[in-house]
Design a protein around this ligand. Structure first.
Ligand SMILES: O=C(O)CCC(=O)C(=O)O
Ligand SMILES: [Fe+2]
Length: 366
């Protein structure tokens, strides 16, 4: 059975009432829209005039030397990691073992993919029969209500692990090297994920493999290539609404030239600066927040757009098996602060909250 059927998001079937005009459920490809409009359509405009310009981050996001953290003399890096997590909930990793040439190749492959005509990309559409949303493929998020504020971005979202779950129909053949590059990148980033989970378990003074053991051979890893078209009104439109990632861990490859990621701390949005030294950004998701009973928090973040420049980011999401019940991994973490939830149900609840700008974590806290 294909995983996407197991984790299908419960989007209302289209058309629910054969007589009703439900075309609003079918989002535009933003890249197409951006090429033709002077002003973004009203569905993309923020309602509450939230401040979009981010504040300058008061100190650099800490960079952890992953090689050193994983080695026998990792105590200094572990201290840095602890403070990064307390302050920002995210950090950069350097010395991560992924060749710079591979990182460049991933970025370039993504750029080449998005450079194709929309008709080519739509061959990998995330709408079944042009109507029903599924998580995998090229397109946008599901539109659940007429007044949902839409995001100024398109994406290609692919299952990469377990390998048996890859759906090659969604995997681009242009550029020709795309599939090989993504395969190589998946193997390399897996090691990054493992090293981080080992280090986190140590920080929590738990058995070293206690977090890694949460990921069975059915645990789902997806790669999401985000494409933010230039937007005529970056002051009124978001590239991606505020959210926390759902998975346990995200490894984010940011565009090295164009910034756009913002992180929320104490009610203020801070711009995350671009990095040019091939560091990767590590971001915790809600699954890890629940597994650590709130000791590690999933930061709320969003992406803003740019008037002149396109922006690309590549996120690798490490989720657990869809059937796994997510809960604190050890009794020593204290009385549960979150209700337990299955991986697949978290996904459904997330989309329901995300579409109306709400946070699923608030519904999970006990
Ligand atoms: O584009 C970015 O920098 C952030 C992307 C992101 O948050 C996501 O894909 O979940
Ligand atoms: Fe995210």
């Amino acid at each position: 059975m294909h995983l996407e059927r197991k984790i299908n998001v419960s989007c209302p079937r289209y058309p629910r009432n054969p007589m009703a005009d439900e075309s609003w459920r079918l989002p535009n490809i933003v890249q197409e829209l951006a090429a033709g409009v002077q002003e973004p359509p009203s569905r993309y405009l923020l309602r509450d005039h939230d401040q979009i310009a981010g504040a300058e981050i008061p100190e650099p996001i800490p960079t952890i030397d992953l090689g050193r953290l994983s080695g026998s003399n990792g105590a200094d890096e572990a201290t840095k990691l602890r403070s990064a997590l307390q302050n920002w909930g995210l950090f950069l990793v350097s010395n991560h073992g992924v060749e710079t040439s591979l990182i460049d190749a991933v970025t370039e492959a993504a750029r080449e993919f998005f450079r194709q005509p929309v008709e080519e990309k739509k061959k990998h559409s995330n709408l079944i029969d042009g109507k029903h949303f599924q998580i995998e493929g090229y397109g946008n998020d599901p539109v659940q209500t007429k007044d949902q504020v839409l995001d100024w971005s398109d994406r290609l979202h692919l299952k990469v692990e377990p390998e048996s779950e890859r759906n090659l129909a969604f995997w681009p053949t242009h550029p020709k090297s795309f599939r090989n590059i993504l395969h190589e990148y998946t193997l390399k980033i897996r090691t990054v994920k493992i090293n981080i989970l080992l280090a986190l378990a140590k920080l929590l003074e738990l058995d070293e493999d206690c977090l890694i053991n949460q990921f069975s051979d059915k645990a789902l890893t997806t790669a999401r290539f985000n494409y933010y078209s230039p937007c005529p009104r970056p002051d009124l439109v978001l590239g991606l609404k505020p959210h926390s990632d759902l998975c346990a861990l995200t490894v984010l490859l940011m565009d090295k030239d164009v910034g756009g990621l913002q992180i929320l701390r104490d009610g203020t949005w801070y711009s995350v600066p671009t990095v040019r030294d091939y560091s990767l950004l590590i971001n915790f998701g809600l699954t890890l927040e629940i597994m650590t009973n709130g000791i590690f928090r999933a930061p709320v973040h969003r992406a803003v757009t740019n008037a002149e420049k396109e922006r690309i980011s590549v996120a690798m999401f490490y989720a657990v098996d869809a059937e796994k019940v997510i809960k604190p991994v050890a009794d020593v973490l204290g009385l549960a602060r979150y209700r337990t939830i299955k991986g697949k149900d978290l996904l459904v609840e997330h989309y329901e909250h995300f579409s109306r700008g709400a946070k699923v974590v608030d519904s999970l806290k006990i």
